[in-house]
Design a protein around this ligand. Structure first.
Ligand code: NAD
Length: 299
């Protein structure tokens, strides 16, 4: 049996390290990204550069996507030099967070060309992408899942969510609602404690030994807020996209999102105040400025 050749489109905060892991595992990798600088980093490690998605799909059997949102995914699939026109690709594995409706649309666009779409969003951040410890949520036909388990294992732990494209997206949106809520509410709790005179590091230690423990107190705050680096590596605008998609899905299903709506507004505000490049952890900075306090470890 001939070797499967892989492609990777979207080499940003998540795609870059994931593509790097495929190279480290010894795979031949054909890549493209609209930003030449990020592509160059992968080419320096042995990847083959292309100037369009179609060209990647002309060279690879299975193509991974790690793109910002559903609109970009759709243009990469069905644009002028899109993947749907390529001659070789038989399967597209979408690691992006785009929501169930966009995943279903992507599935249909590719099905018309006889290309399988695999809905496979990931969670675990840049560190998880670098270390290969992501949660990889997969929805596709069982036989395709079996065929992909080895290569997807390079990214982390796999979870099968069923055959229907979009089901893995629903799982991912529920996860990110929790992640964003943890960031927002931890920002408020920490600002309160520090303003009232508590030490930020002691607070984090107490919370992580107690019942307030969450993904923000365990990872994001110690690493990016207490240090003042604000570099989690996930754009606040992308987190807003995820919570917005989650709220749309909740509306469609008739599920209340009282807390989720407030979290969405915190993310909108963070991007409005701190700009398009604001980091996820900048939510804490917005609360800090509002409260007139800095949540930092004492040096
Ligand atoms: P990013 O903005 O760092 O990377 C996206 C990459 O796509 C960029 O390099 C950009 O140049 C490229 N791109 C944009 N349009 C393109 C096009 N038309 N053709 C080719 N390349 C194009 O974003 P990211 O943080 O790596 O996130 C990627 C996806 O993964 C998003 O859907 C995000 O929601 C999801 N995600 C992110 C994280 C995180 O912690 N950063 C975690 C889990 C999931």
């Amino acid at each position: 049996m001939s070797e499967t050749i892989y492609g990777f489109i979207g080499l940003g905060n998540m795609g870059g390290p994931m593509a790097g892991r495929l190279l480290d595992a010894g795979h031949v990798l054909h890549v493209t990204d609209s930003d030449p600088a990020v592509m160059q980093r992968l080419v320096a490690r042995g990847a083959v550069a292309h100037d369009s998605a179609q060209s990647v799909g002309d060279s690879a059997d299975v193509v991974f996507l790690s793109l910002p949102d559903g609109k970009v995914v759709q243009s990469v699939l069905s644009g002028e030099h899109g993947l749907a026109r390529s001659s070789r690709a038989k399967c597209v594995v979408d690691l992006s967070t785009i929501g169930p409706a966009a995943a279903q649309r992507a599935f249909e666009i590719l099905a018309e060309q006889g290309i399988e779409y695999v809905d496979a969003p990931v969670s675990g951040g840049v560190t998880g992408a670098e270390r290969g410890t992501l949660a990889v949520m997969v929805a596709c036909l069982p036989a395709r899942y079996e065929a992909l388990t080895q290569v997807l294992g390079n990214f982390g732990k796999l979870f099968y969510l069923g055959a229907q494209a979009g089901q893995a997206q629903v799982m991912k949106l529920a996860n990110n609602l929790l992640s964003a809520t943890a960031v927002a509410i931890t920002s408020e709790a920490m600002a309160l404690g520090v303003k009232a005179g508590l030490d930020a590091s002691v607070m984090i230690d107490v919370i992580n030994a107690g019942s307030g423990r969450n993904s923000a107190t365990m990872e994001k705050f110690p690493r990016a807020v207490l240090t003042g680096t604000f570099d989690v590596g996930f754009a606040a605008r992308l987190a807003h996209k995820d919570v917005r998609l989650c709220l749309e899905e909740a509306e469609r299903n008739g599920v209340p999102m009282v807390v989720g709506s407030s979290v969405r507004e915190m993310l909108v505000m963070t991007t409005a105040i701190r700009g398009q490049n604001a980091d996820y952890s900048d939510v804490a900075r917005v609360v800090e400025d509002w409260a007139g306090v800095k949540v930092r470890a004492k040096s």
